[in-house]
Design a protein around this ligand. Structure first.
Ligand code: ZN
Length: 336
């Protein structure tokens, strides 16, 4: 029986701090638009470790590996589909090294993002092929020392199921989060209520589930409330919201959230019932530190109403951001 550091930490603490945005933090360290961030595990390992270290220094209990796009179907866009094992093993080893020197328990979560392809019956990707791609990635993350496999930014239940199956085949615990960015649902139409029911029904099951990314912190809190409607009281809910509302500035997605906004978001996430709280796109170590300070010693009030959320964080109903010219031109830039 392997030790389950995530379960141990959850038994010990009321809430755990997940990390911030790997993509944003790598751009700050010189990653260029169009470059595959996952290759930096090989080409710029010290910069990837520096991001992990910044999140551990800010207090993160859970750090996600730099492997969001490192499944064969995504890597094919760069001609690197044969490097899945090499890239994911390295991603897990780098995070492992930082976690092992933290002087406290830090969970290494192997990040697994979507394939970028649409699954059957709507699209061409079969359940078997998707499961195989996720398993290949998960096995390498496990080999590199991941404690948990962490599926992110999923929009369809079919892909969710394939990812969980592929990940669970390693024997490691699995966490899975979906992205609700389309009128309160995922891009493929899944509601938070249905997502919680679906996650709870999976076999092998997930150890936690929830939401990441999306269209802003107010919407994300509302999503947590939706998940809670059909979740069991003991279910571990994850909230990993973006740092403010995404907007296009000069053709690039930008996040305007301040540390204060992320502190407010974190308290509301606790009140809404999330046990694992972190940040997605735009969230740097400065924001994560603000989340940690807001939650340390915080005794949460009852779940917020929609009016309270909107008074503190702005409108819950946020449209997806649109670039000035050409819809969806930069969709591939979205990170976990
Ligand atoms: Zn994100």
């Amino acid at each position: 029986m392997m030790s389950d550091v995530l379960a141990d930490l959850l038994a010990e603490k009321d809430w755990l701090l997940a990390d911030g945005a790997m993509g944003t933090s790598l751009f700050q360290r010189g990653l260029e638009t169009g470059e595959a961030p996952d290759l930096w595990n090989i080409d710029q390992p010290e910069k990837v470790m520096d991001v992990h270290q910044s999140f551990v220094d800010a207090g993160a209990d859970i750090i996600l590996t730099n492997s969001f796009g490192a499944n064969a179907l995504r890597l094919k866009l760069h001609g690197d589909q044969d490097r899945v094992t090499e890239i994911n093993r390295a991603a897990a080893e780098l995070a492992r090294r930082v976690a092992d020197h933290a002087g406290r328990s830090v969970v290494v979560a192997g990040s697994m993002g979507p394939t970028g392809e649409i699954m059957e019956p709507v699209g061409p990707l079969s359940m078997a092929d998707a499961t195989q791609a996720f398993h290949e990635q998960a096995a390498a993350l496990a080999e590199g020392g991941a404690d948990v496999l962490w599926i992110e930014t999923i929009s369809s239940t079919e892909e969710y199921e394939a990812a969980v199956k592929g990940a669970a085949a390693t024997g490691l615990p699995v966490v899975g989060t979906m992205t609700f960015d389309t009128n309160g649902r995922t891009m493929m139409g899944v509601t938070p209520e249905d997502a919680a029911s679906f996650a709870s029904s999976l076999s092998p099951g997930v150890h936690g589930y929830g939401c990441n990314c999306g269209v802003g912190p107010a919407t994300l809190i509302d999503t947590v409330l939706g998940l809670r409607k059909t979740a069991a009281d003991t279910d571990i809910i994850v909230a990993k919201g973006n740092c403010g509302i995404p907007e296009y500035v000069d053709g690039e997605i930008a996040y305007s959230g301040s540390p204060e906004i992320m502190a407010t978001y974190a308290k509301l996430a606790r009140r809404a019932g999330a046990r694992i709280i972190g940040g997605c796109c735009g969230t740097t170590a400065i924001h994560l530190k603000a989340i940690k300070e807001a939650l340390d010693g915080y005794d949460p009030e009852p779940a917020p109403t929609r009016e309270e959320i909107e008074a503190l964080l702005g409108p819950v109903d946020q449209p997806k951001p649109q670039p000035e010219g050409g819809e969806g031109r930069r969709r591939n830039r979205r990170r976990g």
